[in-house]
Design a protein around this ligand. Structure first.
Ligand SMILES: [Zn+2]
Length: 409
């Protein structure tokens, strides 16, 4: 990985194609349909495979597969790799692969005060990364800042084809930010505006759903039919995969669990006033399990301001009040995970986000809450606590661009 991280000495604002509005595919790249899509996805996610194996996995006949892959090979999307010796007496198998460097993508993740950017290849491999402060979170300023960053990336890389942008909040049609509380945005047609400013096809997605997509294709979720991703940070989020697909829901709000009501933990700090979320609830997930909720509870219990990571360190070192606060948050996290297990029974639950260390420091409290909120016959879940890195979120944004560009869906 090339680390081109810097702190925002952005290049002069250059909007080369400000008044063209290319639609996705305007680079002469037609979205694939049906079986061709399935073939490309199989190779994109699982790597090179010989024709016979592809046909078998996708339930296609040999001649069908040959017919489908011929134009993909002719267009250069797929390439043939060196033949592998066949087992038995068959002909050597020639794996079909795709050239990961044929197309590159930019992923941008926005938080309330920072912008994280990666450039990836077609397999989601991060080629460079960067993050900047977001001095002005207004849509105008953010669009201009994204345009500067993209322009600078394209000066160094002429294979960048499309852009994905993610935000915490509700996004519809991969185009419009309906509501982004951390940015204070409502009804911002972000995809259209960024496309106009950069000249690149742009898609916008909820950050947790995009991260879930990246995990499914390029991360811990690869090869799994079902998993859940729970994120702990500025908010608490949930991404779901079932039958090999990221679930969206009727209103693009699947996984909005921030205000899910919970049983107030018996170990909750008894110091008044009761914790509340931003809507004034005393008994929702967001009142306990976000980074700011935990810090607020810590300040009340310890009688002084304590940073999130310092609090976790204190709890790990045996500080009693810190342990009470951390275990209360972990209890609520466990209740949320139990709800997912009860509804979906996923193969694994991935835990991520900048506050994810809670799940390690208070693993016992998480496990207790899961056990008490699920049937005793429910097997203990496979919990995977991921090391937190913000470029994972930006890679999620790039995964959306890869998906829409290569597969048109
Ligand atoms: Zn609430």
């Amino acid at each position: 990985m090339t680390d081109s991280r810097d702190t925002g000495a952005a290049r002069p604002f250059a909007v080369g194609a400000a008044d063209s509005h290319p639609r996705p595919g305007a680079d002469g790249w037609a979205p694939l349909a049906g079986s061709a899509q399935a073939v490309v996805l199989e190779i994109l996610v699982h790597g090179p495979r010989p024709r016979t194996q592809l046909a078998e996995r996708l339930g296609l006949s040999g001649p069908s597969l040959t017919r489908i892959t011929k134009p993909l090979l002719e267009s250069g999307l797929l390439v043939e790799r060196a033949a592998q010796a066949a087992s038995g007496s068959g002909r050597p198998a020639i794996p079909l692969d795709l050239d990961p460097d044929a197309h590159h993508f930019v992923g941008v993740k926005l938080t309330h005060d920072r912008l994280f950017v990666v450039v990836t290849d077609q397999r989601g491999e991060v080629l460079s990364e960067r993050d900047e402060r977001l001095p002005d979170p207004s849509p105008d300023a953010v669009v201009a800042q994204i345009a500067r960053v993209v322009s600078s990336a394209r000066d160094r890389d002429d294979r960048i084809r499309a852009l994905g942008v993610t935000v915490g909040g509700q996004v519809v049609d991969r185009a419009v930010v309906r509501h982004a509380p951390f940015l204070g945005w409502d009804d911002v047609p972000l995809a259209e505006r960024v496309t106009a400013a950069t000249g690149l096809p742009t898609w916008v997605e909820n950050d947790v759903r995009a991260l879930t997509q990246a995990e499914l294709w390029f991360g811990e979720g690869r090869g799994r039919r079902s998993f859940a991703l729970v994120t702990i940070g500025a908010g608490v989020g949930l991404g779901l995969v079932a039958a090999g697909e990221v679930l969206g829901g009727a209103h693009s709000s699947a996984g909005s669990i921030g205000h899910q009501r919970v049983v107030v933990p018996a170990v909750a700090p008894s110091v008044a006033p009761l914790p509340t979320c931003d809507l004034g609830h005393h008994d929702c997930a967001g009142a306990f399990v976000t980074v700011s909720a935990v810090e607020a509870a810590a300040a009340r219990a310890l009688g002084r301001p304590v940073g999130y990571d310092d609090l976790l360190d204190l709890a790990a070192d045996g500080h009693e009040e810190a342990r009470v606060v951390v275990d209360a948050a972990a209890d609520v996290l466990g209740q949320l995970i139990a709800g997912v297990l009860n509804v979906l029974d996923p193969e694994a639950v991935l835990l991520s986000g900048e506050g994810v260390r809670l799940a390690t420091i208070a693993a016992a409290a998480v496990d207790r809450a899961i056990a008490s909120s699920t049937h005793r016959s429910t097997p203990a879940p496979r919990l995977v606590v991921q090391r937190f890195r913000f470029d994972e979120w930006a890679r999620g944004a790039a995964a959306v661009a890869i998906q829409m560009h290569a597969l048109g869906r």
